[in-house]
Ligand binder design. Sequence first.
Ligand SMILES: Cc1ncc(COP(=O)(O)O)c(C=O)c1O
Length: 388
Amino acid sequence: MVLKVAGRSEISPFIVMDIMRMANRLSMKGSDIIHLEVGQPSTKAPRAVLETAKTALDQNLLGYTDALGFADLRKRLTAYYQDYYNCAISSDRIIITTGSSGAFLLSFLSVFEAGDKVGLVVPTYPAYKNILKAIGVEILEIHVSHETGFQPNREILESLDTKLDGLIIASPSNPTGSMIKKIIFEEILDWCAQKKVRVISDEIYHGITYNEKAETALSYNDDAIIINSFSKYFCMTGWRLGWMVVPDNLIRTIERLAQNLFISPPTISQLSAVSAFECLEELDSNVLRYADNRNILQEELPKIGLKRFAPSDGAFYLYVDVSDYTNDSFSLCQDLLTDAGLAITPGTDFDSRNGNYFIRLSFASSTFNISSAIKRLDQFLSKKKSSH
Ligand SMILES: Cc1ncc(COP(=O)(O)O)c(C=O)c1O
């Protein structure tokens, strides 16, 4: 007899992880693959972080920490909020998590009941939807497009005919890199406060912006939950470390959840991350490289027939319209991988309605890789055109 598998686990795969697995298999067999699929900085953690990690290992300091995180790191983040955003917050409100992924689970469990309705801006980072589904929360997809710069605004929210319990926003967003303008950001957060809609603001791409600095929801809405991570700006993906800033009345609730779900976030990562704040110059120089890569792509892609993409104001993604070439972005990405050695994510990961007409390129790689990728893409698309 086959024993049952819980229905709540029937969620979509995270397609980018599937593409990465296929790409890694091909690399292991000797294929020369350029990775533009995964949102991962090609530069590794800063040197000072590694030095601190070595000391922690030598001194064998790796027991559990408090469930809410290592006190020195929480204090260091308080200073960062003061310096970077001019926001004064108590370190009690900062909760260290196992990546921002751990923070999603903790925040969703703490404020949404099964059956609640949460608005998601589509195209969206897929894990929001998939985690919410697994815990029985209903999703309202709020589709955005070029018309509003791939971000929502107050009018869009006012026109919804469903009462929302929560709204997830991300500026810069993944997959588009688009940002919400300051005035619109303020209006959205005001509207949510008036309508008692809980805002979860994913601020993981803060620090990686090309025109204006990103705004934190903390400045405009006292009930918002802020989620951030050491994965992107700080280049520490595999260290699995993130954080949240939560309203006072949620601290104990989340502490109880964190104690039971995770005990504590990875200790070596917490101890080492304190040193990341000494390395902001090194980290900012990575952002300059992303800016160069972005400029190259924005200049070269139109020359090879890819003329339409979302405004990439931040993060390290270009969400490119490929509707002139396909209505099946997953097959296109499979062909790009096997025929051109390019690992790229299909838009279907982020949008089940229109994603077949888009692909997402990550430009967090080296400038050399980006230039080589454009050449391969050009050859691939020229062949595709001539075969039609
Ligand atoms: C928008 C967004 N949020 C969260 C994450 C998860 O990051 P982590 O769990 O590594 O902090 C990612 C990763 O790509 C992301 O793009």
